[in-house]
Every structure is written in structure tokens, then in C-alpha cells.
Design a protein around this ligand. Sequence first.
Ligand code: ATP
Ligand code: MG
Length: 426
Amino acid sequence: MELITKRPRGTEDKLPKDIYKWHTIEKIAGDVAQCYGCKEIRTPTFEHTELFQRGVGDTTDVVQKEMYTFNDKKGRSITLKPEGTAGAVRAAIENGLLNDALPLKTYYFTRCFRYEAPQSGRLREFNQFGVEVFGTYSPASDAEVISIAYDVIERLGVENISLEINSIGCPKCRAEYHKALKEYYSQFKDQLCGTCLERLERNPMRLLDCKSEICKSFKKDAPLITDYLCEDCDKHFTEVKERLDLLGIKYTVNPLIVRGLDYYTNTVFEFISNDIGSQGAVCAGGRYNGLVEEVGGNATAGLGFAMGLERMIMVMENQNKDFMPDKKCDLYIASFDDESNKYAMKLVKQLRDYGFWAECDVTGRSFKAQMKYANKINATYCMVIGGEEMASSQAKLKRMSDGEETPVKLDDSFVQRLNTLIMEIV
Ligand code: ATP
Ligand code: MG
């Protein structure tokens, strides 16, 4: 019995009283992405498990340990999406979007599901805002994509977020780097965690990503990818940095940021906040020139990022940042009896047609209780409809903040009059 009144571990209810925060971040992120020519894409909440094994990579923590995978009634393996990129890539290929004008620029809001150890900033169901761009190898687009995330953060007014960038080269220059990493980490073989021992064989770059304290301590003397970049990759990285400078975007190069899979190429980046504890990465992304082909399309460049929205909201709350104000009830119309309640209901309908938030009683409660309710929901104006008001088509608008009353005619001029009064307050 108790189970059904408790949400599963690692999930959150986003309550009506807080929803204006979500509306704020969704509005700003969507508006910014659209300024860059991105169009929204919505892909399914679940996909064939194979898509993530291929598209996220079967040596990653996400695929190895964190996926919500189950068989459907026909015995097909289905996975709730742990991230947004793979689905966007699949949708772009399947719907022929990559045959249209390129670059294809997309953005999305998605829920993600990962079986992780829940803690502050780490949930099992969480929300991401993401951008994916396809069909351009130019460093200008790396800078442009980073700039989208940068603008969102800036428009939200968030401070103390640093941008760290790196280049992880291409499979060609990475082969040498893998060798160097393997050699370096082999000396600590007897101290590495189990996962890292496996990484050493299958995916050495991920060694730098381990969160265990011991493995982390070996990072400081590890060979750096930036010393192994081939000429083309080095040039690409230099040009990305030039473009970021051009756009006035501040960054530091952190050669320890990696993405451990072959189809990730060149630029990788993270936006990090120091204000929300150890889960400080609020946004991460990079270029994935090999991914479209890996998922079954024609070789097509790609790049993007995903921003963790719960973490962004945490940062904003910690910094006492303003969200878009929540909407308020413009007018509550109280009534005395069935007849005046019907009159009120018609008035309310009229106002709603014009976009006002208007309410009247729908519970059958007393006049006094209606007034109490109007106060509780913090209505901006209140109006009383009784026999007199109905007979004369006149009533008084009472401003709830100070009690000031304005007589109004309940004819065609009413909507305009209310609008003017409300505009005066704002
Ligand atoms: P972390 O290192 O914190 O585990 P990650 O590398 O797994 O992050 P990505 O897969 O790059 O994260 O996802 C992009 C963003 O999504 C992260 O920067 C973070 O803001 C957010 N995010 C990732 N996992 C979670 C989670 N379990 N709960 C809440 N937000 C998350
Ligand atoms: Mg993770």
C-alpha cells in the first residue's frame, strides 16, 4: 500500500508552485536556440536498446550500468533514453533530414533515465535541454554550438560557470595517444579499480573520467591528448579557439576532458559550476563526426551538447536568480447565489476568450468562503456580482493589494477597462 504513495527513488515531482522555474528555463533555452536557426525535434522516450549500445557506446558507464532496459511483450529489448543524442541521430537518418539543406540544426527538451546512485544533482529521471547540429566540419560551427549554451547560461543570469574545452583529435591521432595512456596507466595496474582495468584494455581515454579517488590521483601526470593531435586536428582546435575569442566567450583548455569513444572527434567541452557541490557539470558536449555512420547513415559530421536542467535550476536557486514571474489570477468574480454565479460564469468566459486568467466559484461555496479563496490565490482584482450589479450592468473592481475600487460598466468596454487597469499595475 505504501508503495503507491511514494515516488521511485531518484525521481522528482515538479510541483505547480515551482513550475514557473521550468517555464523560465524552457522559454529562454528555446528562444536562444531558435535565434541560432535550430528547430525543435521530439523523439520517442524509448528506443531499441541496440541504438544506445551503438550510439552511446557499449563501453560507457551509461550503457554498461545505468540503462533502464526491459523486454516488451513481444520480447524486444527496449531502453528508456538515457540521453538525447542517439535518438536525434536515428530520427535524422530515418526521416531523411540529412538529405535536406545542411547544416541541420535541432534542439530538444527531454527526460533522461539512468540507474544511478541518487544524490544532490544526480537523479534517475532528469531533464536535459540539448542541441544537435549535423552536416558541418567547420570549426565555426563548434564555436556556434558552444555559443548557444553560453548564451542560455548568460540569459538566465547565472554566474560563476566556467567553460572548459579540449580536443580529443580523430581516431588517427588518438591511436598514438591510447598507446601512451596504456603505457602510463599500466604501472598502476594493481591499484586501478575494476572498471578502469577494463578501460585500460577497451577504452583507455575513459581512464581519465573515473570518479574513484585512487584512479583520479593518477591523472595528474598522465600524458595529454593535446600533445598528440595531428596537424589537421590541431588546426581545427586553434580555429575553434579563435572563433570563441571572436565571440567574446571565455574558456580554459582542460586537456583532461574526454569522451571515450571513437566517433567523438575534435572538440569536447563542459560548463562547470562550483556552486552546487560535486555534481558541478551543468552542460557537456562535443563533436561526433563518426556517430551518424555508426548508427547507419552516410558519413555526416555532427556536434552538440546537453544541459542538465535540474542542475541549472539548482545553480539559479543558489544564486537567488530571478525566474520569469509566475502568472497571477487577474480577476476573481464572487457571487451570492445560483443566478449571480451563472452571470459571473458568462463574464469569466468572455474574459478568458481574451486571454485573462479569470475565475468564479465552481464549488458552490459561500460568498465569504469565495472571498477567502480569492485572497488565497492572490488574485489581482476581485469583483462582486449580486442582484444590483446584474440589474444595473455595473460593478466595482477591487484591487486586492490596497482595496482601491474602480466602478466599471459590464458592457463591451469592460474587457478593455480591465486590461488597462492590469497594465497599470505591471
Ligand atoms: P556526470 O559526470 O555528472 O555523471 P555525465 O558525463 O554523465 O555527467 P552527460 O551524459 O554529458 O553527463 O549529460 C549532460 C548533462 O546532463 C550533465 O552535464 C548534467 O548536467 C546532466 N546529468 C547527467 N546525468 C545526470 C543525472 N543523473 N541527474 C541529473 N542530471 C544529470
Ligand atoms: Mg554520468
